[in-house]
Design a protein around this ligand. Structure first.
Ligand SMILES: Cc1ncc(COP(=O)(O)O)c(C=O)c1O
Length: 366
């Protein structure tokens, strides 16, 4: 069935930018530079200015960014890394892929690392911690970095979902030793394919990351280390430059729509609403509600032509590749009860009201 209000329609999201994106594609086809070059350098400069970070290094995707960041901060095979029990798989995958061991930690009711329980997961081998700014809401980074410093832990921020969120004027990604972003198409700043970004204020880390993601080459055919190819695609950098110019107006639109949800759904005692969504340290990436019988509500919405999504149906320590027996009751409750409502800048206000009408009707059925 074609949904009347899909969860996210990427074609429609790009409709207003289509002339600019098409002109850029035509220009690149004419110029003929398809790897590295001016577009990548310009994007790096523009995104570092936007975030206010010293070094911004575009790369292939957010998962590669996490892997490279962990290596650069010195995580070695056998080391342990604290990872929240609730996240997209990449956060744990990156740890395992470099031979380290994820130490899963419980989250708070927003799905963010529970800072009060962090010390429980520490051992002699703990080397780093990965705060995930889940759904676009930032972890309390002043508290987390203070804790990490006191325990001599490196901090790799998984800011994949939080581009454009700022805490005390410092961006998500800008607090840790290295910050990692994803420009997966569904993200607030989404490419027209795969792309990612690393940020840091440390010149040595920046140099190592830049070398590593380009075969260890400072110059063509000079190889200082054995690296890999994790460069951003030139076309994606070019498209992202255009999308970055429009980012703030798109964010305003997201927040405006989120405010409608908050206002309309505030009276429903059966659901809990996301916290701090309109604040600067939330980029309104996902509008997640929590309720009992979530799957039943999802089916109801679908019957009414409204698309929703689940982020995420299972917690990381209970996924096959990382399976462990410990219970994470808060993370598991969120995984069982959370539903993401449609929220993106191409949604019309009237559509948001229709989603709210359907929710109100569902809970008033008695
Ligand atoms: C929390 C989180 N971490 C990491 C990633 C990985 O990013 P990518 O899909 O660009 O590899 C994503 C996005 O998919 C994500 O949401």
């Amino acid at each position: 069935m074609r949904l009347h209000i899909p969860f996210l329609e990427l074609g429609r999201l790009h409709e207003s930018l289509r002339p600019e994106l098409e002109a850029k594609f035509t220009e690149i086809l004419r110029v003929g530079v398809f790897s590295s070059g001016h577009e990548v350098e310009s994007f790096a400069r523009e995104v570092s200015r936007f975030l206010g970070v010293k070094y911004a290094i575009p790369c292939s995707n957010g998962t590669d960014a996490l892997e490279m960041a962990l290596k650069v901060v010195g995580v070695k095979p056998g080391d342990e890394v604290i990872v929240p029990a609730l996240s997209w798989i990449s956060t744990a995958e990156a740890v395992v892929n470099i031979g380290a061991v994820p130490q899963f930690a419980e989250v708070d009711r927003n799905g963010l690392l529970d800072l009060n329980r962090l010390d429980k997961g520490l051992s002699e081998r703990t080397k780093a911690i990965i705060p995930v700014h889940l759904y676009g809401k930032m972890v309390d980074m002043a508290a987390l970095t203070t804790f990490a410093r006191s325990m001599d832990l490196r901090v790799v921020e998984d800011a994949a979902q939080a581009f454009g969120a700022f805490q005390s004027g410092i961006p998500a990604g800008g607090w840790g030793d290295v910050g990692c972003f994803s420009f997966y198409p569904t993200k607030n700043l989404g490419a027209l394919g795969e792309a990612g970004l690393l940020v840091t204020s440390d010149s040595i880390s920046a140099e190592n990351l830049s070398l590593f993601l380009n075969h260890g080459q400072p110059k063509r055919d000079e190889h200082e280390i054995s690296g890999r190819n994790a460069k951003i695609d030139t076309l994606q950098a070019a498209f992202l430059r255009i999308k970055l110019k429009h980012f703030e107006s798109m964010q305003e639109r997201r927040k405006k729509l989120a405010a409608i949800y908050l206002e309309r759904l505030g009276g429903l005692s059966e659901i809990s609403l996301p916290m701090g969504m309109l604040q600067a340290d939330h980029n309104a990436h996902l509008f997640t509600i929590q309720c009992v019988n979530r799957d039943q509500l999802k089916a109801y919405m679908e019957e009414r032509g409204i698309g929703t999504a689940i982020h995420y149906p299972e917690i990381l320590p209970h996924l096959k590749p990382f399976l462990e027996g410990r219970a994470f009751p808060v993370a598991s409750t969120i995984a069982r009860s959370t539903l993401s409502l449609p929220l993106n800048p191409s949604l019309r206000e009237e559509e948001v009201h229709r989603v709210c009408d359907a929710l109100v009707a569902y809970f008033q059925r008695g």
